[in-house]
Design a protein around this ligand. Sequence first.
Ligand code: MN
Ligand code: MN
Length: 465
Amino acid sequence: MERKNAWAKYDEAGMEKIEAFAKKYCAFLDHGKTERECVAQAVKAAQDAGFMDLRQATKEGRQLVAGDRVYVNWMNKSFMSFIVGREPLETGMNILGAHIDSPRLDVKQNPLYEEADLAYLDTHYYGGIKKYQWVAQPLALHGVLCKKDGSTVTVAIGEDAADPVFYITDLLPHLAQEQMTKTAAKVIEGEELNLVIGGMPVKDGDEDKASVTAGVLAILKDRYGVEEEDFLSAELEIVPAGKARDVGFDRSMIISYGHDDRVCAYPSMQAVLDFEGVPAYTVCAILTDKEEIGSVGATGMNSRFFENVVAEFADLAGAKGDLALRRVLANSRMLSSDVSAGFDPNFAGAFEKKNAAFLGRGVCFNKYTGSRGKSGSNDANAEYVAQLRRILDDADVAFQTCELGRVDLGGGGTIAYMCAKYGMNVIDAGVAVLSMHAPYEVISKVDLYEAYRCYCTFLKDAKPL
Ligand code: MN
Ligand code: MN
């Protein structure tokens, strides 16, 4: 059974809505190249929409009632928002969960060195990348340096047209005879991902010899008030420089860094912000960190931060105590909102066409992901999938079902199984991406819009099974 292309559903007015949503999404991408930048935007949007800080509500000893809107900023790297529903919280929530970290290069703790009159920062890649894709292009530096005095310096260098950018070299083809015989995994190796950050030797005080690092450090001190030692307590991320742009004569697609998973995170966040009135069941959006390295750490989905935040929220919203919390979680419905591999005719052999996601055919559901016989996957319940089919068909949302590539070719995982451990119904629902995990990925605007419509419908209409 083949699913229809979703563009056909839309008249001119519909096309305008798709374009308007795509524009807002591109602005989110351009100002959200790191998890921290995404959280900063989410917090601002929540506050502007009248959401209250959950910690503040706790401090004031408030009781939350139907219609109340709250958010949580977790360590500046994860974010959650809620709207209290009419039904008792123990009947479960309708939850959207996406991640806001993306594959990139992180600056090492002791990164600065000089070689051949050039200054460099040493990097350690984050997430699953093809290392050879990250050389010979303009790169930007985003992140924070936390100083001993408790202050934090935030940087984003390389995005403004007036900013400098940074660069990782590749070998010229003239001298690449040996390099070109290597496998793709070895063409550029991890320790060769060294970022060029300067090339002008400067005299350091009384010393005889000039050095490039001395010049760079003087600029860092002068402009940002940081010392070399401050790299020890920094989180600096190297990402492609530049903005999201339209792709194709028909402008039907968007090229950008970080569609995985901001193309699901943005509509998830927005679906809660845009929710009108009081939901039947409490709605919740999670924007989480560290998915690309296994959802580890205190801001990843494997952390108990999610459960702890829900416990705090439930306590104020009338579901007090451990058993009540367990019921809230077990009775919830969730869309683990993450991207899927778009069918690519250039690499058709990597897919099984009947069960592949196609660009333009709407939001895609992965009942299971995993590898080697569904290992590590969540495998959603058929009863739950049936409910989703019904509410999406009723709302005329275009959706497709898919697997992540052909059987036994590879695989992947999402946050779905981590939420399933509470006993709730979860399924992966997201947007098809071309060239996933490349510095620049491509998505279709209509899929973005159908994902948003899917998330809005889900928050409104999903029910306990
Ligand atoms: Mn993802
Ligand atoms: Mn990913």
